[in-house]
Ligand binder design. Structure first.
Ligand SMILES: [Zn+2]
Ligand SMILES: [Zn+2]
Length: 357
């Protein structure tokens, strides 16, 4: 494995098994809090820590602001999903090469989100060379899930203020809101306020990120819709309409929903072997659909681990991709939490599910 293992540190001498560390933001801790020096809380050496859960944050009390619907997004999202439903019935008549091409576009666009916007740019869990960053930015535009800068800002705020009003897709507002509803309404003022206070200097300093942001709309039109449509039409004579429906519309919608399931299902259904005091869970279905991103209890416990899981390649296409990039010399400095540290954490705050597998 090319990953650099973080050195496991011993528990501080003051460590005691009596503390019940984190509940959720907004809830009170009834017992002693974690020592600040606790070994697995930040993932040093990344140049940022604004994705670490803020245990001290307390949600504002008082009346909640009114929900403001964004009708343009509601209409577009409804049309997209209706077109996807229609495409289900045209899939059997599409050429096999077109289906394969659509699946390839799904995998590449998925990597633009998982290996790119998520593990590289949101969490800095590994380092990527310039050519790899360019590839990931292109793949990210194929995925069309907001530009890398905005995606990473929203994602850091999600981790830091998880399950509160400052979390863009606050799962305590229900499945639909955390899945897609959050994109159909104006952001809660707390999300905007906290997002502005994050340290995003590393993103601003990355020319690839800022270039993609500047030309984002054009890149999405060309890479998410035009390019995936033209290839089957030009190279193997698929009808233009069918190419568009399968490789652009259908593939795009599946990619969106796979990502959204991480925010919805993986915050609600599954076990919590690492930290039973937080909502995110290990969800095997989401792991499969989101290219390895469903080990969500682990990920919220250790957001800086490049594998977003205790394991390596198991159900984790993204981790195998990053390892391949390391092997080719295009990525380096992968952050990984030591096995002993993870085991200690399971025993200390897990729900006991690790014993039964
Ligand atoms: Zn999450
Ligand atoms: Zn994350």
């Amino acid at each position: 494995m090319p990953a650099n293992l973080l050195t496991p540190q011993e528990f501080p001498p003051s460590y005691s098994t009596t503390f019940a560390p984190v509940v959720q933001n907004g809830a009170s801790n009834s017992e002693k809090e974690m020592p600040a020096s606790y070994e697995d809380s930040s993932g040093a050496g990344r140049g940022m820590t604004d994705d670490i859960f803020d245990e001290t944050y307390r949600e504002k009390t008082g009346p909640k602001p009114a929900t403001v619907y964004v009708w343009r997004n509601i209409v577009l999202m409804a049309l997209l999903h209706l077109a996807t439903l229609y495409t289900f019935f045209t899939l059997p008549s599409a050429k096999f090469a077109t289906l394969l091409w659509g699946f390839g576009c799904f995998l590449v666009s998925g990597l633009g989100v998982t290996a790119g916007a998520h593990r590289l740019w949101s969490h800095r869990s590994y380092k990527a060379s310039f050519p790899l960053r360019v590839f990931l930015a292109i793949a990210n535009s194929i995925a069309f899930q907001n530009d890398i800068y905005e995606w990473s800002r929203d994602h850091r705020v999600h981790h830091k203020y998880s399950e509160t009003d400052a979390d863009p897709h606050n799962a305590s507002r229900g499945f639909f809101f955390s899945h897609v509803g959050w994109l159909l309404v104006r952001k809660h003022p707390d999300v905007i306020e906290k997002g502005k206070k994050l340290d995003l200097s590393d993103l601003k300093a990355d020319k690839v990120v800022m270039f993609q942001r500047r030309y984002y709309k054009l890149s999405v039109v060309l890479l998410c819709f035009v390019f995936p449509t033209l290839v089957p039409w030009y190279f193997w004579g698929e009808s233009f309409w069918k190419s568009f429906l399968v490789a652009a519309i259908f593939r795009y919608t599946i990619g969106l929903n796979a990502t959204w399931l991480v925010n919805s299902a993986a915050h609600m259904y599954g076990c919590r072997p690492y930290n039973k005091h937080i909502n995110p869970r290990e969800n095997r279905f989401v792991v499969f659909g989101a290219l390895g991103e469903g080990f969500h209890n682990y990920h919220h416990t250790y957001p800086f681990d490049y594998s977003t899981s205790e394991y390596g390649w198991r159900w984790n296409f993204t981790t195998s991709f990053i390892d391949l990039m390391c092997y080719l010399g295009l990525a380096s400095d992968c952050k990984k939490v030591a096995k002993a540290t993870v085991l200690a954490r399971k025993i200390r705050t897990g729900d006991g599910s690790h014993k039964t597998g």
